[in-house]
Write a protein that binds this ligand. Structure first.
Ligand code: PSU
Ligand code: MN
Length: 300
Protein backbone atom coordinates (compact mmCIF):
# COMPACT_ATOMS: atom_id res chain seq x y z
CA UNK A 1 0.00 0.00 0.00
CA UNK A 2 1.18 3.52 -0.75
CA UNK A 3 0.68 5.96 2.11
CA UNK A 4 1.14 9.62 1.28
CA UNK A 5 4.18 10.99 3.24
CA UNK A 6 2.09 13.71 4.91
CA UNK A 7 -0.43 11.12 6.10
CA UNK A 8 2.29 8.76 7.26
CA UNK A 9 4.00 11.51 9.22
CA UNK A 10 0.75 12.52 10.90
CA UNK A 11 0.01 8.91 11.86
CA UNK A 12 3.51 8.48 13.32
CA UNK A 13 3.13 11.65 15.38
CA UNK A 14 -0.38 10.75 16.56
CA UNK A 15 -1.92 13.71 14.76
CA UNK A 16 -5.51 13.45 13.47
CA UNK A 17 -6.08 11.83 10.06
CA UNK A 18 -9.47 11.47 8.37
CA UNK A 19 -10.04 8.83 5.68
CA UNK A 20 -12.26 9.54 2.66
CA UNK A 21 -13.73 7.19 0.06
CA UNK A 22 -13.48 7.42 -3.73
CA UNK A 23 -16.70 5.77 -4.95
CA UNK A 24 -18.50 8.97 -4.06
CA UNK A 25 -16.12 10.66 -6.55
CA UNK A 26 -16.27 8.17 -9.42
CA UNK A 27 -19.81 6.80 -9.05
CA UNK A 28 -21.63 9.12 -6.66
CA UNK A 29 -21.42 12.53 -8.33
CA UNK A 30 -20.98 13.87 -11.89
CA UNK A 31 -17.76 15.47 -13.15
CA UNK A 32 -16.58 18.17 -12.37
CA UNK A 33 -18.70 18.62 -9.21
CA UNK A 34 -17.29 15.35 -7.87
CA UNK A 35 -13.70 16.60 -8.02
CA UNK A 36 -14.57 20.06 -6.71
CA UNK A 37 -16.39 18.46 -3.79
CA UNK A 38 -13.62 15.98 -3.01
CA UNK A 39 -11.08 18.81 -2.88
CA UNK A 40 -13.38 21.01 -0.79
CA UNK A 41 -13.90 18.16 1.67
CA UNK A 42 -10.13 17.84 2.03
CA UNK A 43 -9.86 21.61 2.56
CA UNK A 44 -12.52 21.48 5.27
CA UNK A 45 -10.63 18.73 7.06
CA UNK A 46 -7.41 20.74 6.92
CA UNK A 47 -9.14 23.87 8.19
CA UNK A 48 -10.18 21.83 11.23
CA UNK A 49 -6.59 20.81 11.88
CA UNK A 50 -6.69 17.25 10.56
CA UNK A 51 -5.00 15.58 7.58
CA UNK A 52 -7.26 14.16 4.83
CA UNK A 53 -6.52 10.76 3.30
CA UNK A 54 -8.61 10.03 0.23
CA UNK A 55 -8.38 6.33 -0.51
CA UNK A 56 -8.49 4.63 -3.91
CA UNK A 57 -6.76 1.91 -5.91
CA UNK A 58 -4.41 2.76 -8.78
CA UNK A 59 -3.00 -0.03 -10.96
CA UNK A 60 -3.87 -2.52 -8.24
CA UNK A 61 -2.16 -0.59 -5.48
CA UNK A 62 -4.13 0.90 -2.57
CA UNK A 63 -3.39 4.62 -2.21
CA UNK A 64 -3.92 6.24 1.18
CA UNK A 65 -3.94 9.98 0.60
CA UNK A 66 -4.47 10.60 -3.12
CA UNK A 67 -2.92 13.73 -4.65
CA UNK A 68 -5.21 16.39 -6.19
CA UNK A 69 -4.09 15.11 -9.62
CA UNK A 70 -5.11 11.57 -8.70
CA UNK A 71 -8.47 12.81 -7.43
CA UNK A 72 -8.99 14.67 -10.71
CA UNK A 73 -8.16 11.49 -12.64
CA UNK A 74 -10.59 9.43 -10.54
CA UNK A 75 -13.25 12.03 -11.24
CA UNK A 76 -13.09 11.86 -14.99
CA UNK A 77 -11.53 8.54 -15.93
CA UNK A 78 -13.88 6.02 -17.55
CA UNK A 79 -13.96 2.42 -16.41
CA UNK A 80 -12.84 2.88 -12.80
CA UNK A 81 -14.46 -0.06 -11.01
CA UNK A 82 -16.65 0.30 -7.95
CA UNK A 83 -14.79 -1.94 -5.55
CA UNK A 84 -16.34 -3.57 -2.53
CA UNK A 85 -14.81 -6.33 -0.37
CA UNK A 86 -15.48 -9.14 -2.85
CA UNK A 87 -13.78 -7.23 -5.69
CA UNK A 88 -10.53 -6.42 -3.88
CA UNK A 89 -8.44 -9.53 -4.66
CA UNK A 90 -9.26 -9.34 -8.37
CA UNK A 91 -8.53 -5.61 -8.62
CA UNK A 92 -5.21 -6.11 -6.80
CA UNK A 93 -4.17 -9.11 -8.88
CA UNK A 94 -5.19 -7.66 -12.23
CA UNK A 95 -3.68 -4.27 -11.34
CA UNK A 96 -6.85 -2.31 -12.07
CA UNK A 97 -8.13 1.11 -11.04
CA UNK A 98 -10.71 0.85 -8.29
CA UNK A 99 -12.89 3.31 -6.43
CA UNK A 100 -13.34 2.26 -2.83
CA UNK A 101 -16.80 2.02 -1.27
CA UNK A 102 -17.47 2.46 2.42
CA UNK A 103 -16.59 -1.21 2.95
CA UNK A 104 -13.23 -1.16 1.17
CA UNK A 105 -12.28 2.29 2.45
CA UNK A 106 -12.79 0.89 5.96
CA UNK A 107 -10.56 -2.11 5.18
CA UNK A 108 -7.72 0.00 3.79
CA UNK A 109 -8.05 2.76 6.42
CA UNK A 110 -7.82 0.14 9.13
CA UNK A 111 -4.74 -1.43 7.53
CA UNK A 112 -3.14 2.03 7.42
CA UNK A 113 -4.02 2.69 11.06
CA UNK A 114 -6.70 5.36 10.52
CA UNK A 115 -9.64 5.31 12.93
CA UNK A 116 -11.98 8.00 11.57
CA UNK A 117 -13.58 7.90 8.10
CA UNK A 118 -15.95 10.51 6.70
CA UNK A 119 -18.46 9.93 3.91
CA UNK A 120 -21.94 11.01 2.77
CA UNK A 121 -24.16 8.03 3.41
CA UNK A 122 -23.49 4.35 3.90
CA UNK A 123 -25.04 1.55 1.90
CA UNK A 124 -27.70 -0.48 3.66
CA UNK A 125 -30.61 -2.84 3.29
CA UNK A 126 -32.35 -1.98 0.04
CA UNK A 127 -36.11 -1.67 -0.22
CA UNK A 128 -37.50 -5.00 -1.33
CA UNK A 129 -34.50 -6.81 0.18
CA UNK A 130 -36.75 -9.49 1.63
CA UNK A 131 -37.10 -10.60 -2.04
CA UNK A 132 -33.85 -9.44 -3.67
CA UNK A 133 -31.50 -9.93 -0.67
CA UNK A 134 -29.76 -6.71 -1.75
CA UNK A 135 -27.92 -5.71 1.40
CA UNK A 136 -24.82 -3.54 1.06
CA UNK A 137 -21.51 -5.14 2.05
CA UNK A 138 -20.95 -1.90 4.00
CA UNK A 139 -23.05 -3.32 6.84
CA UNK A 140 -20.97 -6.50 7.21
CA UNK A 141 -17.84 -4.38 7.15
CA UNK A 142 -19.16 -2.24 9.98
CA UNK A 143 -19.62 -5.46 11.90
CA UNK A 144 -16.01 -6.53 11.65
CA UNK A 145 -13.62 -3.68 10.86
CA UNK A 146 -12.36 -1.26 13.49
CA UNK A 147 -13.18 2.10 11.93
CA UNK A 148 -15.53 4.89 12.98
CA UNK A 149 -17.70 6.03 10.07
CA UNK A 150 -19.18 9.53 10.10
CA UNK A 151 -22.13 9.89 7.72
CA UNK A 152 -25.50 11.60 7.32
CA UNK A 153 -27.35 8.35 7.90
CA UNK A 154 -28.29 5.86 5.25
CA UNK A 155 -29.88 7.20 2.09
CA UNK A 156 -33.65 7.25 2.08
CA UNK A 157 -33.48 5.12 -1.10
CA UNK A 158 -32.91 2.27 1.36
CA UNK A 159 -35.15 0.52 3.84
CA UNK A 160 -34.07 2.43 6.94
CA UNK A 161 -35.91 0.37 9.58
CA UNK A 162 -34.41 -2.86 8.18
CA UNK A 163 -30.97 -1.24 7.98
CA UNK A 164 -31.19 -0.43 11.69
CA UNK A 165 -32.32 -3.98 12.51
CA UNK A 166 -29.38 -5.41 10.59
CA UNK A 167 -26.88 -3.14 12.34
CA UNK A 168 -28.33 -4.10 15.70
CA UNK A 169 -27.94 -7.80 14.91
CA UNK A 170 -24.35 -7.18 13.82
CA UNK A 171 -23.57 -5.33 17.03
CA UNK A 172 -22.80 -1.98 15.44
CA UNK A 173 -23.46 1.06 17.63
CA UNK A 174 -25.59 3.58 15.69
CA UNK A 175 -25.06 6.99 17.26
CA UNK A 176 -26.54 10.41 16.56
CA UNK A 177 -24.37 13.52 16.70
CA UNK A 178 -26.38 15.90 18.90
CA UNK A 179 -29.58 14.13 17.84
CA UNK A 180 -31.77 11.22 18.91
CA UNK A 181 -33.26 10.78 15.47
CA UNK A 182 -31.60 8.81 12.68
CA UNK A 183 -30.90 11.31 9.87
CA UNK A 184 -32.15 10.30 6.41
CA UNK A 185 -29.31 11.71 4.29
CA UNK A 186 -31.02 14.43 2.17
CA UNK A 187 -33.26 15.22 5.11
CA UNK A 188 -32.60 15.05 8.83
CA UNK A 189 -35.83 13.27 9.74
CA UNK A 190 -36.47 9.56 9.39
CA UNK A 191 -38.87 9.16 12.30
CA UNK A 192 -36.49 6.46 13.61
CA UNK A 193 -34.31 6.58 16.68
CA UNK A 194 -30.57 6.08 16.90
CA UNK A 195 -29.26 3.92 19.74
CA UNK A 196 -27.66 6.82 21.59
CA UNK A 197 -27.26 10.54 21.24
CA UNK A 198 -23.67 11.81 21.40
CA UNK A 199 -23.29 15.31 22.82
CA UNK A 200 -19.81 16.27 21.58
CA UNK A 201 -16.74 15.19 19.64
CA UNK A 202 -15.04 14.57 22.97
CA UNK A 203 -17.81 12.22 24.10
CA UNK A 204 -17.55 10.42 20.76
CA UNK A 205 -13.80 10.00 21.22
CA UNK A 206 -14.42 8.41 24.62
CA UNK A 207 -16.86 5.93 23.06
CA UNK A 208 -14.30 4.96 20.39
CA UNK A 209 -11.65 4.53 23.06
CA UNK A 210 -13.95 2.38 25.18
CA UNK A 211 -14.72 0.12 22.23
CA UNK A 212 -11.09 -0.28 21.19
CA UNK A 213 -9.70 -0.75 24.70
CA UNK A 214 -12.21 -3.45 25.47
CA UNK A 215 -11.49 -5.43 22.33
CA UNK A 216 -15.01 -4.99 20.97
CA UNK A 217 -14.24 -5.68 17.33
CA UNK A 218 -16.08 -3.72 14.64
CA UNK A 219 -17.05 -0.29 13.44
CA UNK A 220 -19.03 2.51 14.95
CA UNK A 221 -21.54 4.55 12.99
CA UNK A 222 -21.83 8.23 13.87
CA UNK A 223 -24.76 9.78 12.04
CA UNK A 224 -24.75 13.54 11.60
CA UNK A 225 -27.83 15.36 10.30
CA UNK A 226 -27.62 17.62 7.27
CA UNK A 227 -27.87 21.29 8.37
CA UNK A 228 -31.49 22.43 8.19
CA UNK A 229 -30.90 25.14 5.56
CA UNK A 230 -29.58 22.55 3.09
CA UNK A 231 -32.25 19.88 3.58
CA UNK A 232 -34.42 18.67 0.72
CA UNK A 233 -38.14 19.08 1.49
CA UNK A 234 -39.42 15.65 2.47
CA UNK A 235 -42.27 15.52 -0.06
CA UNK A 236 -39.96 16.53 -2.94
CA UNK A 237 -37.23 14.02 -2.12
CA UNK A 238 -39.65 11.19 -1.33
CA UNK A 239 -41.37 11.67 -4.67
CA UNK A 240 -38.06 11.69 -6.54
CA UNK A 241 -36.94 8.53 -4.72
CA UNK A 242 -40.17 6.73 -5.59
CA UNK A 243 -39.89 7.68 -9.25
CA UNK A 244 -36.22 6.66 -9.35
CA UNK A 245 -36.96 3.28 -7.76
CA UNK A 246 -39.70 2.59 -10.31
CA UNK A 247 -37.37 3.58 -13.15
CA UNK A 248 -34.71 1.25 -11.77
CA UNK A 249 -37.17 -1.65 -11.80
CA UNK A 250 -38.32 -0.79 -15.30
CA UNK A 251 -34.75 -0.73 -16.63
CA UNK A 252 -33.90 -3.92 -14.76
CA UNK A 253 -30.95 -2.36 -12.95
CA UNK A 254 -29.45 -4.65 -10.31
CA UNK A 255 -26.56 -5.20 -7.93
CA UNK A 256 -23.76 -2.68 -7.66
CA UNK A 257 -25.33 -0.43 -10.33
CA UNK A 258 -28.33 0.35 -8.10
CA UNK A 259 -26.85 3.02 -5.83
CA UNK A 260 -25.09 5.02 -8.60
CA UNK A 261 -28.22 4.82 -10.79
CA UNK A 262 -30.50 6.02 -8.00
CA UNK A 263 -28.20 8.91 -7.03
CA UNK A 264 -27.97 10.10 -10.63
CA UNK A 265 -31.68 9.75 -11.35
CA UNK A 266 -32.64 11.59 -8.17
CA UNK A 267 -30.22 14.40 -9.10
CA UNK A 268 -31.87 14.67 -12.54
CA UNK A 269 -35.39 14.55 -11.09
CA UNK A 270 -34.67 17.32 -8.57
CA UNK A 271 -32.94 19.56 -11.12
CA UNK A 272 -29.64 19.16 -9.31
CA UNK A 273 -30.98 20.12 -5.87
CA UNK A 274 -30.30 16.71 -4.33
CA UNK A 275 -26.69 16.90 -5.49
CA UNK A 276 -26.28 20.25 -3.74
CA UNK A 277 -27.70 18.75 -0.54
CA UNK A 278 -25.37 15.78 -0.93
CA UNK A 279 -22.34 18.08 -1.21
CA UNK A 280 -23.37 20.15 1.81
CA UNK A 281 -23.90 17.13 4.03
CA UNK A 282 -20.50 15.66 3.18
CA UNK A 283 -18.81 18.96 4.07
CA UNK A 284 -20.71 19.01 7.34
CA UNK A 285 -19.59 15.45 8.08
CA UNK A 286 -16.00 16.42 7.30
CA UNK A 287 -16.11 19.12 9.98
CA UNK A 288 -17.53 16.77 12.63
CA UNK A 289 -15.24 13.88 11.66
CA UNK A 290 -12.17 16.11 11.96
CA UNK A 291 -13.18 17.19 15.45
CA UNK A 292 -13.74 13.57 16.49
CA UNK A 293 -10.34 12.55 15.06
CA UNK A 294 -8.71 15.42 16.97
CA UNK A 295 -10.33 14.51 20.28
CA UNK A 296 -9.51 10.84 19.81
CA UNK A 297 -5.81 11.60 19.23
CA UNK A 298 -5.74 13.51 22.51
CA UNK A 299 -7.09 10.69 24.65
CA UNK A 300 -6.16 7.41 22.97
N1 PSU B 1 -23.33 7.49 -0.35
C1 PSU B 1 -23.27 8.58 -1.15
N2 PSU B 1 -22.70 8.46 -2.35
C2 PSU B 1 -22.13 7.28 -2.75
C3 PSU B 1 -22.19 6.15 -1.88
C4 PSU B 1 -22.81 6.30 -0.71
O1 PSU B 1 -23.73 9.64 -0.79
O2 PSU B 1 -21.60 7.23 -3.84
C5 PSU B 1 -21.50 4.86 -2.26
C6 PSU B 1 -20.56 4.46 -1.09
O3 PSU B 1 -19.30 4.19 -1.62
C7 PSU B 1 -21.21 3.21 -0.54
C8 PSU B 1 -21.82 2.64 -1.78
O4 PSU B 1 -20.31 2.36 0.08
O5 PSU B 1 -22.37 3.78 -2.44
C9 PSU B 1 -22.87 1.61 -1.47
O6 PSU B 1 -23.07 0.84 -2.60
P1 PSU B 1 -23.89 -0.54 -2.51
O7 PSU B 1 -25.26 -0.12 -2.12
O8 PSU B 1 -23.81 -1.12 -3.89
O9 PSU B 1 -23.20 -1.38 -1.49
MN1 MN C 1 -26.08 -3.98 -3.27
Amino acid sequence: MKINPEVLQALKENRPVVALESTIISHGMPYPKNVETALKVEETIRSHGAVPATIGIIDGEPIVGMTPEEIEEFGKRKGVLKVSRRDLPVVYAKKLWGATTVATTMIIANQAGIEVFVTGGIGGVHRGATETMDISADLQELAKTNVTVVCAGAKAILDLPLTLEYLETMGVPVLGFKTEELPAFYNSHSGLKVDYKVESAYEMAKIIKAKRENGLVGGILLTNPIPEQYEMPKDVIDKAIDTALKEMDKQGIKGKECTPFLLKTITDLTGGDSLESNIKLVLNNAAVGSEVAKEYCKIK
